[in-house]
Design a protein around this ligand. Structure first.
Ligand SMILES: *Cc1c(COP(=O)(O)O)cnc(C)c1O
Length: 233
């Protein structure tokens, strides 16, 4: 894809974000576009960065850290959004401004130890498993409170909210009930844990408008910006 098309794609997504925000009476500043650059080269990331896109999401540790190294002179906010194994935690803690996919206490403990050694507080989200398909990753909604309260007790992790990867539908309206449930879960956790969470990460190319209408603060858009990938999630 040429660079003018890339910039145009991103601008069109921003227009749609704006429309969805207006429609739902939300402040546009509360919605952050995470450009999901997995499988796409660092050159496309730097092109978009020059165009004003500051936040990028990556799924694969090796691919992501190679891009981060290559683009280290740019002040990019990198988010980790892929499945994370505890044995890879050392490669992500301190390198991503937000790690969105914490799914177990084991992983959280490991990350907490690493962040402590680096003298940082690592921002994280807990990934929620929507529960009604054989999805590999995320904690079940009924176990979210326990995991969140355990993470809150870890002093080198900064729990900022929840992330959701629902089953894929072409029709974004089909995702809406999942988004609604995630928002309600966040609200109920805020009550029971007596704290506010800044982020709800939900919505991708097919359904980010619905996600915004249901309260998303982080939307993760790949295909609509970068075009199709050669392999899928
Ligand atoms: C790949 C991926 C995205 C982006 O998906 P698109 O449909 O290309 O917008 C968002 N979130 C996660 C967790 C992903 O793995």
């Amino acid at each position: 894809m040429d660079s003018s098309q890339l910039r145009k794609n991103r601008d069109l997504v921003l227009e749609d974000i704006q429309k969805a925000a207006v429609k739902s009476g939300r402040n546009i500043d509360d919605i952050i576009l995470v450009a999901v650059s997995k499988t796409h080269p660092a050159s496309m990331v730097s092109e978009l960065f020059k165009h004003g896109q500051a936040v990028f999401g990556e799924n694969y540790v090796q691919e992501a850290t190679a891009k981060i190294d290559e683009l280290q002179d740019l002040e990019i906010d990198w988010h980790f959004i892929g499945h994370l194994q505890s044995n890879k935690a050392a490669k992500v803690v301190g390198r991503f401004s937000l790690i969105q996919t914490v799914h177990s206490l084991k992983l959280a403990n490991r990350m907490n130890k690493l962040a402590g050694e680096k003298n940082i507080r690592q921002p994280v989200l807990v990934q929620i498993n929507p529960g009604d398909e054989d999805q590999k990753s995320g904690v079940r909604p009924d176990q979210a409170e326990e995991l969140c309260s355990q993470i809150i007790a870890l002093e080198s992790l900064d729990l900022q909210g929840l992330m959701l990867l629902p089953p894929f539908f072409d029709d974004g309206e089909k995702s809406r009930p999942y988004f609604k449930r995630l928002r309600l879960l966040k609200e109920s956790l805020e009550k029971s844990l007596d704290r506010e969470f800044k982020h709800l990460s939900m919505g991708m190319t097919a359904d980010f408008k619905q996600a915004i209408e249901e309260g998303a603060t982080l939307i993760r858009v790949g295909t609509r910006i970068f075009g199709p990938r050669e392999y899928c999630r």
